[in-house]
Design a protein around this ligand. Structure first.
Ligand SMILES: [Zn+2]
Length: 504
């Protein structure tokens, strides 16, 4: 897996790891986990005026290019300033297939924080729309500013007065390319046809599969203006309609010739949360190399310290078997009474975690500027000298512009502090009670939301939940099921890793 490292230094904290220190921990971690580091983004000093983190924003933009699949941070608090930002940006990254990995927090803790974040993430679809609407409404997101530093202009557009406008001559080429691809033309055939006619890419080069691929994935053609990780639908002229765009995306996925093994790759949804009860080491997901004639792979979790010549005797456990148990336990938490309790708690924690210092700082700057303005106005009234009056007028103009700018910033900042209501959380959780237990996304979101950590022994299992409930007391029925599953014939076969997973 290709990863990048993000490091940031903020002097607001008393004890702060240096950038170099953060990088070292992240590099070590990447090496240990076998990740391939392909870049670093570092925000060294954040100016006192704004906290816009230019490198962070660049990283979010770059994530859409799909060069990396993970971002390693020293600690999760390096990633985002607050839970709201975190949920917002993680949602964008998720769409680009990128996950955020913390180098230091191996055993998950801060259960309540995780619950809030997971809740926000779960609601992110809704939340993101709400947020970007507010931001758009509030200030048109400094649109001119964003548009002027846009990088390469995609084919089919040109810049006029710093804005994207349709390039009437070349926009039809874009439509032609999408239409041909949707009409089952191969990438090669399309490239050949364009190159024969000496049509060039936005960079002025001839077409190849890569440039075509980038084009066909560019959501700007839908008229979505993408800026600093925010998306503004209708923010620029649309060239491709949604039906055609979606059709092309489906075709691209279908045409991707992934090897059979990779396509069947299992997702170990308990990774990072499942620990060996005996040695407390992580249990990680594996697939056996033994593939049956039917092409089925056998998936299991195994303690990192166990195996030939290692120190721990923990038996391995069948992936679906243990996941089913945990998912079922999560479902049990979703009683109406519990949902109300969780909602109340989540909203309370979210409010207490919400860092509003930036908002307060902007408010006080605006207030100061306004005082300055009224002082100048008073001087103006008292002043008889024309030269001095002119200077005061000039000052007043500047102060006025400053106030406008600060007010814009404040509006964006306010939009960031989205407040979840209990009703929203209850609605979201209630929706989860009706999920299909075999649905992978559903299983994942339940675990992400509720499970803090699991210690697995050969005869029992303890689950700690993010809800702050005590470790689960596993019922007799469940315990006996585990014992049967783990000590029976089943497990001997599992340990020999020749068992074939029939449920896959
Ligand atoms: Zn162990």
């Amino acid at each position: 897996m290709n990863v990048v490292i993000y490091a940031r230094y903020s002097d607001s904290k008393q004890r702060e790891e240096s950038i170099e220190g953060q990088l070292k921990v992240c590099c070590d971690y990447a090496e240990k986990e076998g990740y391939n580091i392909i870049g670093e983004y570092i925000d060294r000093a954040i100016s006192a005026k704004t906290d816009d983190r230019p490198q962070f924003q660049r990283m979010i933009r770059d994530s859409s290019k799909k060069f990396f699949q993970g971002i390693i941070v020293y600690q999760l608090d390096r990633f985002a300033r607050n839970r709201y930002d975190s949920a917002h940006y993680k949602h964008i990254l998720k769409k680009n297939g990128v996950t955020v990995i913390s180098a230091r927090e191996t055993i998950t803790d801060d259960a309540s924080g995780i619950l809030v974040e997971a809740m926000l993430e779960g609601m992110a679809e809704y939340y993101s729309v709400e947020l970007s609407q507010k931001v758009t409404r509030g200030m048109n997101i400094n649109a001119e500013k964003g548009l002027s530093n846009g990088g390469t202009t995609p084919l089919g557009y040109r810049i006029e007065n710093k804005r994207y406008v349709l390039d009437e001559e070349r926009a039809p080429i874009v439509r032609e390319i999408f239409a041909k691809y949707a009409d089952d033309w191969s990438m090669k055939k399309i490239c050949d046809s364009l190159n024969e006619r000496h049509i060039t890419t936005a960079q002025g080069t001839s077409f190849n599969k890569n440039s075509l691929h980038t084009m066909l994935k560019n959501r700007k053609y839908l008229g979505i203006y993408i800026y600093n990780g925010h998306e503004i639908p209708g923010g620029m002229p649309q060239i491709i309609n949604k039906d055609l765009f979606d059709k092309v995306q489906e075709k691209m996925i279908a045409n991707k010739k992934a090897p059979a093994r990779a396509r069947a790759k299992a997702e170990y949804i308990l990774s990072g949360k499942l620990f060996c009860g005996y040695c407390k080491e992580k249990m990680t997901g594996h697939s056996s190399n033994q593939i049956s004639k039917k092409g089925v792979i056998f998936n299991y979790y195994k303690c990192k310290n166990s195996g030939k010549g290692k120190t721990c005797n923990k038996k391995m456990v069948h992936k679906d078997y243990i996941e089913d148990i945990v998912v079922n336990e999560c479902r049990k938490l979703l009683t109406p009474q519990n949902i109300r309790k969780i909602a109340k708690e989540v909203v309370k924690i979210a409010l207490s975690m919400d860092d509003r210092s930036e908002m307060k700082r902007l408010e006080s700057l605006i207030q100061k500027a306004q005082e300055e303005k009224s002082n100048q106005m008073a001087s103006l009234r008292a002043c008889k000298d024309d030269t001095i009056r002119e200077m005061i007028f000039e000052d007043l103009g500047k102060i006025g512009a400053d106030i406008k700018e600060l007010e814009k910033q404040l509006e964006v900042e306010k939009a960031r502090h989205y407040v979840m209501t209990e009703q929203q959380v209850i609605a979201h959780l209630t929706k989860l009670t009706n999920g299909d237990i075999r649905d992978k996304t559903y299983r994942k979101s339940l675990i992400r939301l509720f499970v803090n950590k699991i210690f697995l022994y050969d005869d029992r299992i303890t689950i700690t939940f993010n809800t702050g409930d005590e470790e689960t007391t596993i019922t007799d029925v469940l315990l006996s099921k585990i014992e049967n599953g783990l000590s029976g014939k089943n497990l001997c076969v599992l340990n020999n890793a020749v068992h074939q997973d029939k449920t896959l």
